[in-house]
Design a protein. Structure first.
Length: 189
């Protein structure tokens, strides 16, 4: 599941301005929070993102890039629940979440189901006027349920700058690995 979050983060940020959207899931998440042994609830609307970006340094290149990306976003929302036992959410709960992302502007780009691992994951992007303007993730394991929604322009090349910031997990986009791999080959020759 952690790898899925890495994939999701790679799929994020930077294009055109569109009006802010609400958290896309109109369901009661309190029932999951009540059963959870660990809960993550991140709600950063545009006002909070504007405030939060003031804490990012212009002197650090990664923080400067994250600040630029955040200034274009309308919101970052994360809901994650870990449970002591399985069976807290049902397949019907997941289907209700998926149904709410079925509209002309939302498109599913990733769908993963593993009966062996007990994992189900979906990644959706919102497109308006041919531009990526949002991303939603549903990631479910037997004892964990995570929903992520990034509202705003999406630039796939810039998202890694948000790793470790605002509840977005750190991840490697593969660029550094490829450079190191190439360098190692060159040094070996």
């Amino acid at each position: 599941m952690k790898n899925l979050l890495k994939i999701v983060c790679v799929l994020l940020l930077g294009a055109v301005f569109v009006p802010a959207q609400e958290f896309p899931w109109k369901i009661n998440l309190d029932k999951f929070a009540a059963e959870a042994s660990e809960t993550v609830d991140v709600t950063l609307d545009s006002n909070m993102l504007n405030l939060a970006k003031n804490f990012l340094s212009d002197k650090d290149a990664d923080q400067r890039q994250a600040k630029e990306i955040v200034s274009q976003l309308h919101g970052i929302y994360v809901r994650s629940y870990e449970f002591e036992k399985g069976g807290v959410y049902t397949a019907a709960d997941i289907e209700t979440m998926r149904e709410q992302l079925k509209s002309p502007e939302w498109n599913r780009i990733v769908g993963v189901k593993s009966k062996r691992e007990g994992e189900t994951s979906y990644v959706y992007i919102r497109q308006v006027g041919g531009k990526m303007t949002g991303l939603a993730v549903i990631a479910a394991e037997a004892k964990e349920l995570t929903l992520v929604y990034i509202d705003g322009p999406i630039d796939l090349e810039k998202i890694s700058a948000l790793g470790g910031q605002f509840g977005v997990p750190k991840f490697d986009t593969g660029h550094a690995h490829a450079e190191n791999s190439h360098k190692s080959k060159g040094e070996a020759e």
